[in-house]
Design a protein around this ligand. Structure first.
Ligand SMILES: Cc1cc2nc3c(=O)[nH]c(=O)nc-3n(C[C@H](O)[C@H](O)[C@H](O)COP(=O)(O)OP(=O)(O)OC[C@H]3O[C@@H](n4cnc5c(N)ncnc54)[C@H](O)[C@@H]3O)c2cc1C
Length: 445
């Protein structure tokens, strides 16, 4: 009998799930529902088209619609799923009525948190997500003189940088004392904030957004520190799981608002899987559930959900959250948590910090790389890291995530082997320098 697999969501999780389900059981009938016009594009590239680093939106499409058709996936575009009937194994899709499934995968993604202040119904508030809307907003940006970015979240950092590149007067408003304060440490973020100032960005920290003002269209943002006139507001509030369908259908929802799944990405109901930004998963170090990870996490989880829905048996591991991005003129990144978050969570740590270089000292374009390592007292096992530098941050974050996962210690890192080649690596690897500093501080104490 042909297995009927229905996927709700055409983002990284949904498409990862659908493609893998088809690979595992090529005879299965895989149907995907998305309320968007497209699948198979990278939303991650949108800020860089706005910033003119990437010339056009078309470059962000990884595959066209014909590719998925040829693959055998039945994708229903611009079709909202309005309900899940888990008792009777069916979903309801707008314009189609009830559709039966044998296995269901929920990949409904995220919504930006509602700012919850007056004026959210005005025109001129941009929630960056759907590529078609981004194409429309990009034309509007041509005439924007002043923009306000609300919150220094990861997307906020990217949009501030993009709008400044574009030559728009850019204001950043954030309630915390420094940018990305819930994730990044102040010393890591300082070079980024300095570079924004060089780029003409006007940052308003410790400042709350109180209302969007205007008649029909936004003309200013009212903040706790005064009014900021603008033609456009980019809302970059934190990502919340889009769990309405799952909640109404009776799936277990966890403390973060994400759908509860086990390591097979199976939900609390039989034959129902979930993946991506709508779920929560345990953090590898703290075991505490977290949600709102990245597109790469969503895609990997989708693949596990898809494989298992199609009859496979794969597991998804707890997450150690390597992250990295460009902000202002710098790259920042890390693993798990930094000094600020570990302190806030009451996690004890010893720390090593060092500033090294990305290439041989004499090689052109050598850049600073600052590394901060956090280790468990006693065992000295690595539990977190943060970095800022001119290059090589992503590779170090990936490596350090694996180091945390496998129980590598400061001792191991202090005397690690490393590549030395003048154009790509210095004799003294900054990670090793930071670990040596951490060990030295222990001897002193
Ligand atoms: C501007 C931007 C920049 C980003 N940058 C990065 C980056 O640099 N690195 C990175 O790793 N990730 C990045 N991401 C990825 C992002 O942060 C998420 O982690 C990722 O999109 C999650 O994928 P998802 O499939 O879980 O959800 P989403 O991408 O939110 O997809 C959800 C899907 O569900 C569909 N859907 C929801 N409800 C319904 C319904 N009722 N009926 C039908 N369809 C429905 C939507 O149409 C959509 O197709 C970025 C995202 C954006 C928007």
């Amino acid at each position: 009998m042909t297995l009927r697999i229905v996927v709700v969501g055409g983002g990284a999780a949904g498409i990862g799930a659908a493609g893998t389900a088809h690979q595992v059981d090529p005879d299965a009938k895989v149907t995907v529902y998305t309320d968007y016009e497209d699948v198979g594009y990278s939303p991650c590239g949108i800020p860089y088209v706005h910033g003119r680093e990437i010339p056009k939106f078309e470059n962000l499409f990884l595959q066209g619609k014909a590719f998925y058709e040829e693959l055998g996936l039945d994708i229903h575009y611009e079709t909202e799923v309005t309900g899940l009937d888990l008792e009777n194994g069916k979903i309801t899709a707008k314009g189609e009525g009830d559709v039966a499934y044998d296995r269901l995968i929920v990949g409904t993604g995220f919504n930006y948190a509602d700012p919850g202040i007056p004026g959210t119904d005005l025109e001129g508030l941009y929630y960056v997500k759907n590529i078609r809307r981004a194409m429309e907003w990009d034309k509007i940006l041509d005439d924007v003189k002043a923009a306000v970015v609300v919150e220094a979240s990861p997307l906020g950092l990217e949009m501030v940088t993009a709008l400044a590149h574009r030559g728009i007067e850019t204001h950043l408003v954030d309630p915390h004392p420094w940018a990305l304060a819930e994730v990044g440490d102040p010393d890591i973020m300082q070079p980024v904030m300095d570079s924004w100032t060089e780029m003409g960005v006007i940052s308003h920290y410790n400042t709350k957004v109180e209302a969007f003002l205007g008649e029909g269209k936004v003309r200013a943002v009212k903040t706790s520190e005064g009014e900021l006139p603008c033609d456009l507001v980019v809302i970059c509030t934190h990502k919340q799981p889009n769990n309405r369908l799952a909640r109404e259908a009776g799936l277990d929802i966890g403390s973060t608002g994400g759908i509860v799944v086990d390591q097979r990405m199976a939900t609390s109901k039989p034959n129902v899987f979930a993946a991506g930004d709508c779920v929560e998963l345990p953090h590898g170090v703290t075991k505490v559930p977290i949600q709102g990870l990245s597109g790469s996490h969503a895609y990997a989880q989708g693949k596990v959900a898809g494989a298992n829905a199609a009859g496979g048996n794969r597991n998804y591991q707890p997450v150690y959250v390597p992250w990295g991005m460009v902000a202002g003129k710098w790259m920042i990144g890390g693993v798990s948590f930094g000094e600020t978050l570990a302190t806030a969570l009451g996690i004890p740590f010893v720390m090593g910090v060092a500033q090294g270089i990305s290439r041989a000292r004499y090689y052109p374009d050598m850049k600073m790389v600052r590394v901060k390592l956090l280790a468990e007292p006693g065992s000295l096992k690595l539990i977190g890291a943060q970095m800022v530098g001119g290059e090589g941050i992503k590779e170090r974050a990936d490596f350090l995530a694996m180091a945390v996962k496998t129980g590598i210690t400061l001792e191991d890192l202090a005397w690690m082997e490393n590549v030395y080649s003048p154009p790509i690596g210095a004799l003294n690897e900054p990670i090793a320098l930071a670990a040596q500093k951490g060990l030295a501080s222990l001897k002193k104490s």
